[in-house]
Design a protein around this ligand. Structure first.
Ligand SMILES: Cc1cc2nc3c(=O)[nH]c(=O)nc-3n(C[C@H](O)[C@H](O)[C@H](O)COP(=O)(O)O)c2cc1C
Length: 262
């Protein structure tokens, strides 16, 4: 569930009424009441932790597991790299499982995080082109063509008008977003719109944009959310093949190490 949704409590209740066993609270920091509501209803709660202090607070508030997602990930991101967050947080959280997300494209990378103490890894970008994924073929083609440097975060032009960064493939929409921000900020400076209205205009720019790209296949005006691991996505293939490839890479890394140590 998206934590900043205005009807979060009702959404939690919908999950509980359907006996959902695990609720993931993403897209912002959940308050203690949301965690309590989900847990009182019998669900396990998974939260995103952007810093060590917040990871500790979330576990005190009852989170049953944490996800650490670094800036390499596709979609909404924080400012800090996965490798840094993993080093800062993993050694200090022992009470609950911690999952690592962002920029993972190979099994040997999964293995490295498991060895650092992670309970698992969460991958998004690598599965976008799975045969089973309902993403439009234009969306999948854009992923297969792209390299790591094409997946860039959206840029905020003015600190008065905050933009939560989204990592996506560059297209007409990402370029136009700069101009839209510029136009709205100029209108605000001329006194034609107030701060709230200006902020809303900036936020509304991306409304429906992911759906436009993923479902309708509009890869020019839609949002092509993608992580930096997009360069490792080379073809469409079944989920089972993607997972067996990850396992093979992890096992190969272990075997090579055993051979090297005699
Ligand atoms: C196309 C796309 C859409 C995503 N949408 C959401 C979302 O709606 N909510 C969310 O919490 N995370 C979303 N994510 C992030 C994934 O859940 C996952 O944490 C992330 O993809 C992991 O990093 P990676 O992309 O480097 O593998 C999205 C990622 C992608 C690539």
């Amino acid at each position: 569930l998206i934590t900043m949704h205005p009807q979060l409590e009702e959404l939690i209740d919908v999950c509980l009424n359907h006996d959902i066993s695990h609720i993931i609270l993403a897209g912002g920091l959940p308050g203690a009441p949301a965690i309590k509501r989900a847990k009182d209803g019998g669900a396990k709660v998974v939260c995103f932790a952007p810093t060590l202090a917040l990871a500790k607070r979330l576990t005190r508030q009852g989170a049953d597991a944490l996800v650490i997602e670094g800036a390499e990930a596709g979609g909404h991101i924080g400012p800090v790299a996965t490798s840094i967050l993993a080093q800062e947080i993993l050694p200090h959280i022992e009470d609950v499982p911690v999952f690592i997300a962002g920029g993972i494209g190979r099994g040997d990378a999964v293995l490295a995080y498991l060895e650092m103490g992670a309970s698992g890894c969460q991958l998004g970008t690598l599965f976008v082109c799975a045969t089973e994924s309902i993403a439009h073929e234009n969306f999948k083609k854009a992923f297969i063509r792209a390299s790591a440097r094409d997946a860039v975060p959206s840029v905020q032009l003015d600190p008065q008008f905050p933009v939560i960064p989204v990592r996506a493939l560059q297209n007409d929409a990402t370029r136009e977003f700069q101009q839209t921000q510029r136009g709205v900020i100029d209108a605000f400076d001329r006194g034609e719109v107030d701060q709230t209205e200006a902020q809303l205009k900036i936020e509304n720019y991306w409304a429906g944009a992911l759906r436009r790209a993923v479902v309708d296949g509009d890869v020019e005006t839609g949002s092509l959310m993608a992580g930096q691991s997009v360069g490792m996505v080379k073809e469409e293939k079944p989920v089972a093949e993607i997972i067996s490839g990850l396992i093979r890479e992890a096992v190969d890394a272990l075997t090579a190490r055993e051979q090297a140590s005699g």
